[in-house]
Design a binder for this molecule. Structure first.
Ligand code: FES
Length: 158
């Protein structure tokens, strides 16, 4: 009912979930660090991604207003168990609605949307910089010699 809903919203303000940090240098951790130009508040949100591409752990630290803290707390619970694509699609308007944020606090929920996207971007760019030997996926590279038209295949598969 309405009362339960209200309590659920309040608890994100009073008892934020998943406050803390993950080791930034871990290869399976993505870190998002964003700021709100309007007020100068800052949010750090980190995700750990398992071998199936699912977000298995989330932590945040927000130096900002209560709405920003509640938005990041809500976001951490929302993205756990999702794929990166699913998590990247979460809109700040959903957070604002869930937390019943007033219009002047919309930018606070925007911070949470920016933070998860930034964490996903960081994770992906980290993975793409991995040397082949450390990557757990094999690759097959097919290129065509432009002069001879011959196809050259290289791979790291056994
Ligand atoms: Fe700036 Fe809320 S007032 S994030």
């Amino acid at each position: 009912g309405a009362r339960l809903y209200h309590e659920k919203v309040i608890s994100h303000y009073e008892q934020p979930r998943n406050v803390g940090s993950l080791p930034k240098t871990d290869i399976d951790v993505g870190t998002g660090l964003v700021g709100a130009p309007a007020c100068g508040d800052v949010m750090k949100l980190q995700i750990r991604v398992n071998e199936k591409g699912i977000i298995s752990d989330v932590k945040f630290k927000t130096f900002g207003c209560g709405s920003a803290i509640a938005s990041s707390s809500y976001m951490t619970e929302r993205v756990k168990g999702l794929t990166l694509d699913e998590a990247g699609k979460i809109k700040n308007t959903e957070i604002a609605k869930e937390l019943a944020l007033p219009p002047v606090k919309l930018h606070c929920s925007m911070l949470a949307e920016d933070a998860i996207r930034s964490a996903i971007r960081d994770y992906r760019s980290k993975r793409s910089k991995l040397p082949e030997t450390q990557s757990n996926a094999g690759f097959i590279n097919v290129t065509q010699n432009t002069t001879t038209g011959e196809t050259v295949t290289s791979s790291n598969l056994p």
